[in-house]
Design a protein around this ligand. Structure first.
Ligand code: 1BN
Ligand code: ZN
Length: 311
């Protein structure tokens, strides 16, 4: 009865076991607590294999056969990991007409029902004049989230983790115009508000274009300072201070609807990428090593984010 009322009923027996072991160890002195079961490391070889598969699908603009195949790939991969995926379907009214879109949401239960979302977009920008496969822009975030799912499924998560694959991040017109972008994230926030589930979302970490061969992540200035601080200082402690660097500019991306709704959010994005929105955004311009750095930093930041949210 108590268990049901406290919102823990979604935990399977193996998740319960990890949570109970972690709780027991963490009631002991901190040296023992540090030996609590830990997640496997993020494996960029696996992430890069996903990236290869996703790029091989070809262009993946919203509403296309390519994006439906990408959804099938994501769903199948997560199913293999034992993680169910929810399809959040909607129709976006865009300047080029109504387009069916689908966010994919994968939930990994934690000890608490409040959640941390880690998200990225899986659509590619529509270009009719050339073939655009978005290896870095759309591909890297998708591949990253699939590998992150494997890691976080095996972690004793304090908070529930939600992985969100956004559709419709890209503008349908050539330029990023008012209202013609971030359809998926706006829909997610509107829907969560309507269902009353937004208040349980405590932080959102967005990744976008995270596989450049020469990465440089500037702090995104719209983002929530404490959340950005945790991620950038974790990167520094891990020896990646030359990749996660200082002040940057404001970037409109899928984190903005969350910020506007009062949810703490940050964007790990590298816009300093010469092939951005060109036919040259191909696999050869990307690097597994960069995905490894971002994977290590995001996984390495989670405990501090959970601790900050538990204060
Ligand atoms: C990121 C990747 N974005 C689009 N593809 C968002 C963006 C749009 C960033 C315009 C800067 C300018
Ligand atoms: Zn783009």
């Amino acid at each position: 009865m108590t268990v049901r009322g406290s919102g823990f009923r979604v935990l399977g027996s193996s998740s319960w076991f990890r949570v109970l072991v972690l709780s027991a160890l963490c009631s002991l002195p901190s040296a023992l607590c540090a030996q609590a079961p830990s997640a496997p490391a993020f494996d960029s070889t696996k992430a890069y294999d996903h990236l290869r598969q996703i790029v091989s699908i070809g262009p993946r603009p919203s509403g296309s056969p390519g994006i439906e195949r990408t959804r099938e790939y994501i769903t199948e991969q997560l199913k293999t990991l034992g993680i169910p995926v929810t399809r959040q379907a909607f129709v976006a009214k865009t300047p080029i007409g109504e387009i069916p879109m689908v966010n994919l949401i994968a939930t990994i239960p934690g000890a608490r029902k409040e959640r941390i979302s880690i998200a990225g977009h899986y659509d590619t920008k529509l270009f009719r004049e050339f073939r655009f496969v978005g290896a870095n822009d759309g591909g890297s975030s998708t591949a990253f989230l699939i590998e992150l799912a494997r890691v976080l499924k095996a972690r004793a998560n304090g908070f529930t983790i939600e992985l969100i694959f956004f559709d419709g991040e890209e503008a349908t017109l050539r330029d990023w115009g008012a209202g013609d972008h971030t359809y998926g994230s706006q829909h997610y926030v509107d829907a969560a508000r309507k269902t009353g589930t937004l208040s349980a979302l405590k932080a959102l970490v967005l990744v976008d274009m995270i596989a450049d061969r020469s990465p440089r992540f500037l702090r995104e200035s719209n983002s929530t300072a404490w959340l950005t601080d945790i991620i950038w200082s974790t990167a520094q402690k891990m020896g990646h201070g030359s990749i996660f660097v200082g002040a940057g500019t404001a970037i409109e991306d899928d984190h903005v609807p969350f910020l506007n709704a009062g949810v703490a959010a940050t964007d790990i994005i590298d816009l300093d990428y010469a092939p951005w929105h060109t036919p040259g955004d191909t696999l050869d311009q990307t690097s597994a090593r960069t995905m490894q750095v971002v994977g290590d930093v995001v996984v390495g930041s989670l405990a501090s984010i959970e601790a900050r949210l538990s204060r």
